[in-house]
Every structure is written in structure tokens, then in C-alpha cells.
Design a binder for this molecule. Structure first.
Ligand SMILES: [Zn+2]
Length: 326
């Protein structure tokens, strides 16, 4: 590091499919990045990260001062307690392994926590929350510019109970928000509406065009010449005026609004940032959630809903901020 020059930091966004690595300025701006398909086996993944950081540093001609990691799992200190999508089922001292592999000081947080830190950067001080709906639900809390992690997993809003006698959850509880609204759940809902013909639009979509049965709802219901429909198709169906698809999204919005009420009761945030693939800025679901929130928020709450701004870069930028602050 040259005298008088702000140090560069390294950042990793470690997901189930991709491992993204970047070098960044201390303020979070990305200077160079690489994306790698995640190999099987934790040793291979750690070697990949160390090698990628070294390669980017060589390209940039600058050695990073620290490494920040956001990983799709439950973290406590530098330890990953579990990260099912990454194959970690027992606690692993990931910070220790990466420190040995890179020679850098390492900080590890949950990937949504990292993203929240980056998204909150544009919001100033105060208490802000990020809620994402993608394959699952993610969440995190930032207060006065710092993450609020509790013992590690604070802000894991997918496990707020919104239906006391609802469906069972992987956490051991019932009626968790993630069991009512998630990509996984809405994929199944879309497929059910297509298979039963409950949604003519989705049934037509599921029938492969050009094949016998295209647009033939009975053939679609029998499972002939089908393609999978997904949560995203509910959005297109609702826009096309399909009442059944819209009703599924309205139920999802109602469950999310119940979650937002619980978040507000626990944290009383100024801003709730909505993100993830299913809560895009123009999604029907996002609009329905906003409508529900307008009608249902606690009268004392001033929490505003805002769209996430940083997209796929949020995790990397947040990991860089975490590295820069240690
Ligand atoms: Zn749960």
C-alpha cells in the first residue's frame, strides 16, 4: 500500500451457484471482479477464493489490506454455522481457513447482511432493514451504518411466524414467512395452477408451443407436452389479467405485509428496502405489497418501502465495506 493512498480491499459474494470475487476501494466501489462457478468441496472453494484474490491483485498491481466475505449461510463471528446451499452442514471456521490461505485479515457475514450494509449506504444514518424474496427469504438490519447481527442471525426474517398453524418449516417451526412466500413456494403454486387448469394462462404457458396440446388445457392438465412454469410466470399471468395468478400473488403480498408489521414491531425502521428476484421494482407482487403496507402498517410506523438499488453487486459491495471497516 502506497503512503497516503486509501487501501484496496478484497470482497467475496459466496452463493450456492456462483462465487464472485472483487477488489474494491474502501468506499465499496468495485475496481476489478471475477465470477466463478462454485466447485464442490469446501477446500476447492477456499483455494479458488485465495487464487482469485491473488490473480485480481496481480492484475491491479495492488495488494488488498483485508478480505470481507458475504456467504449464503448462518454466520457467527468468522464461523459459518451452516450453509446448506454451499454444502456446509457443521460449523466451519471460514475466516481462519481464508486467513491462512490469503494472509489477510478476514471478516465473514451472511450475504444478505452484506447486501444490506451496501443498500443502507445510500440511506444515511438511522435504522434500515433489507427484505429479499428470491428462492428463499433473506433479511438484515442496519442501524447507524452498522449491521445488527445479534448472535449472528438477526434479521433472518424468513423465519418470522406469520401463520401460527401454518406449514412446517426447516427451522423446526410452523407458519414461517418463507413457507408462505418464496421462489420455491410460488414455483409450486404456479405449477399447481398450470396442472389443474386453475389458471388458463399458466396452463397454456405450460403446454409447449408447436406441440399437440399447446393451448389445450385438458392436455396440459394430463401432463402432456409440458414445460415447467415458475414463480416469475405468475407475474406475467397476473399482468395478462389472470385472476387465479393474481390471487396467489395477493395472498403472498398479504403474508409479506404481516411480516413487515412484525419487522416494524421489532425494529421500527425508517426504511424497508425490498429486493430479490421476486420483489423487483416493477413486479406485481411489489405493487401488491406496497398497497397492503399502505393499508395495514401500524399507525405509529413511519417506515417507507423502497426498492433495492444495487442489484447483483450489493453483496460484493457490502463485503468490501465490511473488509474496509475492520
Ligand atoms: Zn422457519
Amino acid at each position: 500500500v502506497l503512503p497516503g493512498r486509501a487501501p484496496v480491499v478484497a470482497a467475496v459474494d459466496w452463493g450456492g451457484t456462483w462465487i464472485r470475487v472483487a477488489l474494491a476501494a474502501a468506499g465499496g466501489a468495485l475496481l476489478a471482479q471475477a465470477r466463478h462457478r462454485r466447485p464442490a468441496g469446501l477446500d476447492s472453494q477456499c483455494n479458488l477464493v485465495a487464487g482469485s484474490v491473488a490473480a485480481l491483485a496481480a492484475d491491479l498491481g495492488d495488494r488488498p489490506a483485508a478480505l470481507g466475505v458475504g456467504i449464503a449461510g448462518i454466520t457467527r463471528g468468522g464461523v459459518v454455522e451452516s450453509a446448506v446451499n454451499i454444502g456446509i452442514t457443521a460449523p466451519v471456521d471460514l475466516a481462519g481457513i481464508l486467513r491462512a490461505g490469503t494472509g489477510l485479515p478476514v471478516t465473514v457475514v451472511n450475504d444478505t447482511q452484506a447486501a444490506a450494509l451496501a443498500e443502507a449506504g445510500a440511506l444515511g444514518g438511522g435504522t434500515h432493514v433489507l427484505l429479499t424474496v428470491g428462492t428463499g427469504i433473506g433479511g438484515a438490519i442496519v442501524s447507524a451504518g452498522a449491521l445488527v447481527t445479534g448472535n449472528g442471525a438477526a434479521g433472518d426474517f424468513g423465519h418470522m411466524v406469520v401463520a401460527v398453524d401454518g406449514p412446517p418449516c426447516s427451522c423446526g417451526g410452523r407458519g414461517c414467512l418463507e413457507q408462505l412466500v418464496s421462489g420455491r413456494v410460488l414455483d409450486l403454486a404456479a405449477q399447481r395452477l398450470a396442472a389443474t387448469g386453475g389458471s388458463p394462462w399458466l396452463a397454456a404457458r405450460a403446454a409447449v408451443p408447436g406441440q399437440p396440446g399447446a393451448g389445450d388445457f385438458d392436455a396440459a392438465a394430463r401432463g402432456a407436452a409440458r414445460r415447467d412454469v415458475h414463480a416469475g410466470d405468475l407475474d406475467a399471468a397476473a399482468r395478462a389479467g389472470d385472476g387465479a395468478a393474481r390471487a396467489v400473488l395477493a395472498d403472498a403480498a398479504s403474508a409479506l405485509a404481516a411480516g413487515l408489521r412484525s419487522i416494524t414491531a421489532a425494529v421500527d425502521p425508517e426504511v424497508i428496502v425490498l429486493g430479490g428476484g421476486l420483489l423487483g421494482r416493477r413486479a406485481v407482487l411489489t405493487r401488491l405489497v406496497s398497497d397492503c403496507w399502505h393499508d395495514q402498517r401500524p399507525h405509529w410506523s413511519r417506515a417507507e418501502l423502497r426498492p433495492a438499488l444495487l442489484g447483483a453487486e450489493a453483496g460484493l459491495r457490502g463485503a468490501a465495506l465490511i473488509a474496509a471497516r475492520r
